[in-house]
Design a protein around this ligand. Sequence first.
Ligand code: NDP
Ligand code: OXD
Length: 309
Amino acid sequence: MGAVLFCSNLDDPEEWRPPMTKLMPDLELRVFPNFGNADEIDVAMVWRPPAEGLGQFKNLKAILSLGAGVDQLDLSKLPAGVPVARLVDDVLTTAMAEYCLLAALRYHRRVDLYERNSRLKKWEYHIPRPAAQRTVGILGLGVLGGATAEKLKMNGFKVVGWSRSPKQIAGVESFSGADGIYTMAAKAEIVINLLPLTPDTRGILNKKLFDAMQPGSYLVNVGRGGHLTEEDLIPALDSGKLAGATLDVFQKEPLAQEHPFWGRPDILVTPHCASTGGADTAAPQVVENIRRARAGKPLMNQVDRAKGY
Ligand code: NDP
Ligand code: OXD
């Protein structure tokens, strides 16, 4: 029986140990850097790998991301041939859909404007529009984008979306392909990014996309900081092309004190808190993947290392 390595600067191994041990009483969970004999490690649970990589663990059968995303693992640097899985967790999914609904409603009901006006003691009434007259576009219609689309639909919004493969989702006008993103963006007044960060999607929130959006639209980035071409955002806001942005993820986190995104009334910064998984709810799939890895079976929620997500 091998041992499981736990390596994260964000997650608490002692939150994971009890629910995992309940399901796998003989589990040996070793927390980086106190992992003992590297040859005994057969599975790694990782948010970010250690600086020296995972190459020293010669008997690895699986790498389990502690997040829904895997870009922070840098797939190109992981030992070749070792399967990688990510988390798909109901708690995380619900929290993400909730955050995106909140961001959409805040713009839809002009709360962003009233927040500014209340600081200025300015009484300015805007007639509320029905949600059915507001279109929200979602980049990425996977687990999180799909759940967000459902939540927005339930709250009356019109929803359009874009993904790599064409989708048939009831009540969601879906687009794919290189031009599909711009066709979708032109229809939406609020664009929410829920793509994974891959070489194909890096920098995709850029001037070309903002130009395709309707004047006075809003951007919500909950994917990754690397999706946003940062230098394109402030000109788009200053020119009125975009009316506001909600940013939860950044190229460098925490966001540096001197970063120009801080303090602007048209940018809401949140500290990568849109959603997070729960050890209790995610432990069953992690334990199941440890069993599968040891039995040489395909993992649940296995990442396609060639596609990068
Ligand atoms: P999924 O893998 O389930 O979905 C990804 C979606 O993006 C799919 O619809 C996929 O298309 C689409 N996609 C991928 N590449 C492209 C491309 N090149 N062009 C068009 N569409 C593409 O991921 P999740 O929904 O679970 O998670 C999405 C991301 O959310 C994570 O990778 C992570 O970065 C971020 N995240 C952020 C959190 C936060 O707190 N801010 C928390 C958790 C996750 P197809 O369906 O055709 O494969
Ligand atoms: C994730 C995240 O990928 O929290 O799970 O960003």
